[in-house]
Each structure stands twice: as C-alpha cells, then as structure tokens.
Write a protein that binds this ligand. Structure first.
Ligand SMILES: Cc1ncc(COP(=O)(O)O)c(C=O)c1O
Length: 356
C-alpha cells in the first residue's frame, strides 16, 4: 500500500476469486463454470456485433431487456442489466444500504458481500446458518435492515422455496431483500416455482439478481441482470449512471440475446448438469462423503478420512482443481463444481486412489 492510498480503505480485504491457473489438462471444478460451451448461436452473434465496435454500446441494453422481460414475464422497466451479477449486487448494496442501514447476510455465503460493505462503509449483520448450513428465514424477519440471501446458497448449494422467503419481505416493508439467484436455473423445480422473480410483482422491496455466468455458460462475457419493481430498478439505474453508464459492452449484449433465443440448448445443458449432479452426489456418498443437498451446479462435501485442505492438495496434485474455503465452519469441506460426466469419472478415480 502506498502513502497515496486512502486510509479510509486501509483495512479493505479484497475478495479472493477462485484460481484461474494455466495448467495443461487441468480438470477445473473450482469456480462453478458450466462444463458446456455457450449456445451455438452466440459466437456468430458476437462476430456480427464486432462490426459495430466503434460505437458505444446501447446504454439501455434495449434488445436484451426485451428478451429477458419476455422470459421472466415482466416488463423491460423491471430489468437492469449489468457487468455480471457482481456489478448488480454492488449497485444494489450501494443503493439500498448506508451507515445507518446495515446489510444482513449469512455467515457462510458468497464471500463478496462483506467486501462491498467494507468498500462502502456499510455495517454488516452476520447471521449464523444452522448446524446443517440451513437458513432460517425467521432470523431475518422484522430486522429493518437490507438483507441479501443467496438462493441457492454458495458454497452450500442449499435452496429455499420462494414461499419460505415471503415472511422476510412482509416483515421488512421499509428495507430491500436482495435474492441472489446465481444458481437458480439448476434447481429441480421449474423456474416459475424455483425463483423469486414472480414475487417481484407483489413486493416492491424485492430485488432478484441472476446471471448468464453459470447456466448460460457465459462467465467470460460478464453479464448479469436484476428483476424488481420499476421504482427499485430506477434507483439502481440512478447509481449505474453515476458510476459506469456503458456497463454492458455490445459484444456481451449480442451474446446475451443469442443465448436467450436458444431455449432448447439451455434446457438440454441445464438438465445434463442436474443429472450429473445427482450421479456425482451418489458417487461421493458411496465413497463415505457427507454431501449437502444441492440445487446448484456444485456439491459441498466432506469426508471423515481427510481434512478439506489436505484433500484439496491431493486432488490438485492430480490436476483436479476444486475449491476449499479455509474458514472455521468450512475447512473440512470442499466445493466441487459439477463438470462433464467424463470429468466426474476422473474425479471418482482420483478420490478412490487418494482415500484408499
Ligand atoms: C452466489 C453468487 N453470486 C454472484 C456471483 C457472481 O456471478 P457473476 O459472474 O455473474 O458476477 C457468484 C459467482 O460465483 C456467486 O457464487
């Protein structure tokens, strides 16, 4: 840190993203990327959009918002597009929290929430999950604080039906509930039942955040969107236009529209991930692992035979990269992204060899 760096941020601990190493033949199961490529039409749409790169991108993401609105059953005025969910979550936290309105979230959840609190000087209210990493919505009722809940949660994969979160909305009418649905498309239930999006029509204090990074195989394109009451979205636009108006580049906007146009590919690849998830969970349980029930594209698992850190290293030595969170409640566990069936067979072979 130089002497030029503001003392106000002296204690800022940046978020630690999952490793992106350049190791040959690596089986990469550490950042919940999709094992399948984006929809076949995406590459052509990007190549086409490249012809107009000298122009600034559409500030409003008009075509993308219309496609998203049609898919979500809302109007374009209910949608905000951003540079990944990370940007949308950051905008929401900037817009709906302050020194007197803390952000409440679980002790084991997405690691970026506390970083934004620190960056913006927002007090945090950390609520412990249950022994089995379950979230009790009652703990968030009547708090009078802005709340963010990842559903399904990361790194646990646990999911709550939207009806379980309604009391949080009803008992906190003066603050916003942000539901981070980065993994929602991997739920077994269809989107209309799994997602809180339909509730945005009834609750003006609900913001749902989703991403193209996971279920649409577009992590590198950086595209996310939020759904909420038009007035809530207007608040976010206000902050967006105060920070980075052209936040979604034109290649990404074109890629997003093309991805949404291919519903068949989306259905096929998300179903494949769900099927591989079920098989992998059964495989891990057969090897003696405890596996949390997951509705995401990853599994959170631990074995009594070896500590999480040790197993992480043993897998890494075999060119299989998973995620280990070295914190008191998570250090026995590994978060394993669901890959292709072939990758999961390699994982099984490695685990059998290591634990033999
Ligand atoms: C719970 C959760 N929210 C948000 C994100 C960020 O996603 P994006 O790539 O859309 O910024 C992640 C990424 O892993 C995540 O796990």
């Amino acid at each position: 840190m130089t002497r030029y760096f503001t003392p106000a941020l002296a204690h800022l601990e940046p978020y630690t993203p999952g490793e992106q190493p350049k190791i040959q033949d690596l089986i990469k199961l550490n950042t919940n990327e999709n094992p399948y490529p984006p929809a076949p039409g995406v590459a052509a749409a990007v190549a086409d959009a490249a012809g107009a790169l000298r122009r600034y991108s559409d500030l409003n993401c008009t075509a993308l918002k219309e496609a998203l609105a049609a898919r979500c059953g809302v109007g374009p005025q209910n949608i905000l597009c951003g540079n990944g969910s990370d940007e949308n979550l950051m905008l929401a936290i900037r817009a709906f929290c302050d020194a007197h309105r803390p952000l409440a979230f679980a002790d084991v959840t997405y690691g970026f929430y506390p970083v934004w609190c620190e960056l913006f000087g927002i007090p945090r209210h950390v609520l412990p999950l249950g022994e089995d990493f379950s979230l009790d919505p009652a703990a968030y009722c009547g708090l009078g604080e802005t709340v963010v809940i990842a559903n399904p949660n990361a790194p646990t994969g646990r999911w709550l039906p939207p009806s379980a979160l309604e009391p949080v909305l009803q008992t906190n009418p003066d603050t916003v509930l942000i539901v981070d649905e980065a993994y929602i498309d991997f739920c077994d239930a269809p989107p209309a039942q799994a997602s809180c999006v339909p509730l945005t029509k009834r609750y003006p204090n609900l913001l749902v955040v989703q991403t193209f990074s996971k279920s649409r195989s577009m992590a590198g394109a950086r595209l996310g969107f939020c759904v909420g009451d038009a007035a809530l979205i207007a608040d976010l636009e206000r902050v967006k236009y105060s920070m980075n108006p052209y936040n979604v580049n034109s290649l990404t906007q074109a890629a997003g529209v093309a991805a949404l146009a291919d519903g068949g590919y989306f259905a096929k690849t998300t179903a494949a991930v769900r099927e591989t998830r079920a098989r992998t969970a059964a495989m891990l349980e057969a090897l003696g692992f405890t596996v949390l029930p997951s509705q995401a594209n990853f599994l959170f698992a631990k074995t009594p035979k070896m500590g999480g850190g040790e197993l992480y290293e043993a897998l890494r030595a075999r060119r299989i990269l998973v995620r280990h969170f070295d914190a008191p409640r998570t250090r026995d566990w590994l978060r394993i992204t669901v890959g292709t069936p072939e990758e999961m067979r390699s994982l099984e072979a490695a685990l059998r060899a290591i634990l033999a």
